[in-house]
Design a protein around this ligand. Structure first.
Ligand code: NAD
Ligand code: MG
Length: 395
């Protein structure tokens, strides 16, 4: 029964963004309720979320884990349908009984369910930047044909969205905008001696100075591939050429990004680094709701600093910039090779300073084509992954 509250589906609910989304929903129970929750395999965490949020449907991609959840749900007498497989995620993302879909699965695995939500005309809250990076044109087409409302949750893109004049239309450039300035903290190795980087461990790489995030995006922040992916994301979301999106190092993560207008005005959005702020913004837009974030105290804040990025220290940022300019399949290959290299690094199979060379070699090997369909995007993604694993396993 629809009681007037917006019914939210959270894809990737057991992750960092998923947990923050459920926290914001729990703070605003008169406006939202959970329709469905979905995750990869961590069914025990999902069970705890089911108890707290009573969704109608819960999805676990891993079949054995879904069976375990199904048995637990039945034993506890919870009235929750349990689905499995990637098809289960697509089914809840496009379900007629949900208005809002938070796309917070990490990596390419989030692509099809997020596209399904877009095609079904949902309010899509996009955290899963990899989906947009790899399938930009097809993703934006799905948003347009489905009549979906696309709202950026990545903090930088959400900041830019908030700074734009009213009437943002996904993918359309505002003629009033001259440049977008994407801020980046520079991660944990911004000031580390370059020769020390070779010894970096996964534990050091995931220890981000300002944000608490999942392991993959934390490594991406350390290499600054995250900012490269975000640059490509910004080009699609705001219809900007790569040359008009600039990266600015800002170690305090208080200014979340800026928009420069043709008259020279620069608008920025500020706040403490807490993803519940952009999540609350996306859920309630154009209204505002409490997010639980600590208010920003500018008197107590340390001085805000800005500097240009050092491409020699962050070769992944250069690779991403080149891929953004090349377009076509280059961002697909970049993203897939990066996902594999980061996984291999986290598993102790690849040194930190080998991440960029592996991605560069896969980009060189596969060259750039113009994918004509989503199926072709996925085929290129698969080839790039296989090439990356071959390079890693070959030493
Ligand atoms: P996370 O690792 O904490 O969580 C990932 C979620 O995805 C989990 O729920 C997991 O079960 C699910 N998942 C993983 N593999 C899956 C698969 N094959 N099929 C289905 N589900 C799968 O990651 P996170 O930090 O929450 O990030 C999620 C997304 O949001 C990423 O794309 C990231 O770039 C983006 N993002 C995160 C932050 C942040 O602060 N954490 C900020 C901006 C953008
Ligand atoms: Mg970000």
């Amino acid at each position: 029964m629809n009681d007037g509250r917006l019914r939210v589906t959270v894809l990737g609910s057991t992750g960092s963004i998923g947990e923050s989304t459920l926290d914001v929903i729990a703070r605003n129970p008169e406006r939202y309720r959970v329709f469905a929750l979905g995750c990869g395999s961590r069914w025990r965490e999902l069970l705890a979320q089911c108890r707290a949020h009573c969704p109608r449907v819960a999805v676990v991609v891993d079949r054995a884990a879904a069976d375990a959840l199904r048995a637990a749900v039945r034993a506890e007498g919870l009235a929750i349908e349990v689905l499995d497989g990637a098809a289960g995620l697509e089914a809840v993302a496009a379900h007629p009984d949900t208005e809002v879909v938070m796309a917070a699965i990490v990596g390419a695995a989030g692509l099809l369910p997020t596209i399904a939500a877009a095609r079904a005309g949902k309010r899509v809250l996009l955290a899963n930047k990899e989906a947009l990076v790899m399938a930009g044109r097809f993703f934006m087409d799905a948003v347009a044909t489905g009549g979906a409302t696309l709202l950026p949750i990545d903090s930088e893109h959400n900041a830019i969205f908030q700074c734009l004049p009213g009437g943002y239309r996904a993918g359309e450039r505002s003629p009033l905008v001259r440049r977008l300035l994407l801020t980046a903290s520079g991660g944990p190795f911004r000031a580390m001696a370059p020769e020390a980087l070779v010894h970096v461990t996964p534990e050091q790489a995931v220890a981000h100075p300002n944000w608490v995030m999942g392991r993959k995006i934390s490594v991406d922040s350390a290499t600054m591939m995250n900012k490269g992916l975000e640059l490509i994301e910004a080009c699609w979301l705001f219809g900007m050429p790569a040359g008009q999106v600039e990266v600015l190092i800002h170690p305090q993560s208080v200014v979340h990004s800026l928009v420069e207008f043709v008259d020279g005005s620069v608008l920025a959005q500020l706040g403490n680094p807490d993803m519940r702020v952009p999540i609350a913004c996306g859920l309630a837009w154009p209204e505002r709701i409490p997010s639980g974030a600590t208010p920003l105290d500018l008197v107590r804040a340390t001085a805000l600093a800005f500097e240009a990025p050092d491409f020699a220290r962050f070769p992944c940022l250069r690779l991403a910039l080149d891929a953004a300019r090349a377009g076509g399949s280059a961002p697909v290959v970049l993203n897939a090779a990066n996902e594999v290299a980061v996984q291999a690094f986290l598993d102790g199979r690849l040194g930190y300073t080998r991440i960029a060379p592996v991605i560069g070699a896969v980009l060189d090997r596969l060259g750039s084509t113009e994918p004509g369909s989503l199926a072709e995007v996925q085929a290129i993604d698969g080839k790039a992954r296989a090439a990356a694993w071959r390079l890693i396993d070959g030493g």
